[in-house]
Ligand binder design. Structure first.
Ligand SMILES: Cc1ncc(COP(=O)(O)O)c(C=O)c1O
Length: 370
């Protein structure tokens, strides 16, 4: 929810020129109108006002999907009234979610056996996915510290200073100290050497980014894994890695299949990815996948029996729409591995160019103002 900052001046009114004779009188802007109006008039008033929004198809300022095929739009509209959480009511939607989780886990090389199910969940975006992954790390670390009879009240997390704001949110909301590796001139991602130096016995995980928000650059997860393995051997802390692959998760497996950044690296215990970025779905879907069942503490899973049978859930919210999950499944089966590669390669190159321009612009401003 965006916090509303509009000053609610109760005397302000909305004047609608085209909404028919039923709304000849202006509508109050910040108080509910006394009387109802015809649906056509309500539609006209709102669509007229929305004309002042930008056009999503011309929005190059963010890398969230703004166009999908007509067939998928139809599926979205057909499922817009389905509540994702009513799993007994909509078991096929739940099944499609599970299929997506499994497809993503396989894409990220999770060690899932032939007859095993991958562990993961669909979220509203990478931010919710990161909150869930962070909570799992915090709980695992607390369990370990408790079993060793050690204090567990000062957890910290190590990241680069280039992390997206959702990591700062996680740290503040869930009371985990954020230890940021500073960037330096010409190096705008987390330095694995410095990150591992900052790890201590209270570190719940090191978070690496695959696709830094500002530049699109991938952090060196392989080197981080090597250095952290050595440190873990010396200290016995067993510090794990999370990969924030919000944008890179649907790029690296296609463009750089030999690059080791995912579950092929033993310390990588969870990965998040935004379905609404290079997963090619409209805003409102993300994913988090865990390496194995053991990496997600059972006590964080709620077993709801809302409409009949037991349904395990691990999300921050309860009700939400099903459309984005269905749309994600559509993209996976429609494009397949081969075509996602082609669909992604062009916008990806464009995106990297755009991000480079943005960082140059940003650096110019910093240099000019300092
Ligand atoms: C690296 C990174 N992590 C997390 C996020 C948050 O993603 P979402 O908008 O899916 O919540 C972003 C968004 O730009 C991002 O670039």
């Amino acid at each position: 929810m965006a916090i509303s900052t509009t000053i609610s001046d109760s005397s302000e009114h909305l004047h609608s020129t085209f909404a028919s004779r039923y709304v000849r009188d202006p509508l109050p802007k910040f108080k509910m109108p006394e009387r109802s109006i015809p649906k056509e008039a309500a539609f006209q008033i709102i669509s007229d006002e929305l004309m002042l929004d930008g056009n999503p198809r011309l929005n190059l300022a963010s890398f969230v999907t703004t166009w999908m095929e007509e067939e998928c739009d139809k599926l979205i509209m057909a499922s817009v009234n389905k509540n994702y959480v009513d799993m007994d009511e909509y078991p096929v939607t739940t099944e499609l979610q599970n299929r997506c989780v499994n497809m993503i886990a396989h894409l990220f090389n999770a060690p899932v056996g032939e007859n095993e199910t991958a562990i993961g969940v669909g979220t509203v975006g990478s931010s919710e996915a990161i909150m869930l992954a962070g909570l799992a790390f915090k709980r695992k670390w607390q369990q370990k510290r408790k079993s060793e009879g050690k204090p567990y009240d000062k957890p910290n997390i190590v990241t680069g200073a280039n992390v997206q704001v959702c990591w700062e949110k996680f740290a503040r909301y869930f009371e985990v100290e954020l230890k940021e590796v500073k960037l330096r001139e010409g190096y705008y991602v987390m330095d694995p050497v410095k990150a591992v130096e900052m790890v201590d016995e209270n570190t719940i995980c090191v978070a690496a980014i695959l696709g830094s928000t500002l530049t699109g650059e991938f952090e060196d997860v392989k080197l981080l894994n090597e250095l952290l393995t050595e440190k873990n051997k010396e200290t016995g802390w067993g510090t794990p890695i999370h990969v924030d692959a919000a944008s890179g998760g649907f790029i690296a497996p296609f463009l750089y299949p030999d690059l080791k950044w995912d579950f092929r690296l033993p310390l990588v215990k969870s990965i998040n990815v935004s379905g609404h970025k290079y997963g090619l779905v409209y805003a409102g879907v993300g994913w988090v996948v865990w390496r194995t069942k053991d990496d997600l503490p059972e006590e964080l899973i709620f077993h709801i029996n809302y409409l009949g049978s037991d349904q395990p859930t691990f999300t921050l919210n309860f009700s939400k729409g099903s459309s984005q999950i269905i749309a994600q499944y559509y993209q996976f089966i429609r494009l397949g591995f081969e075509v996602i590669f082609i669909t992604i390669i062009i916008p990806c190159k464009f995106w990297v160019c755009l991000q480079s321009c943005m960082i140059e612009f940003w650096l110019c401003r910093v240099t000019r103002t300092s």
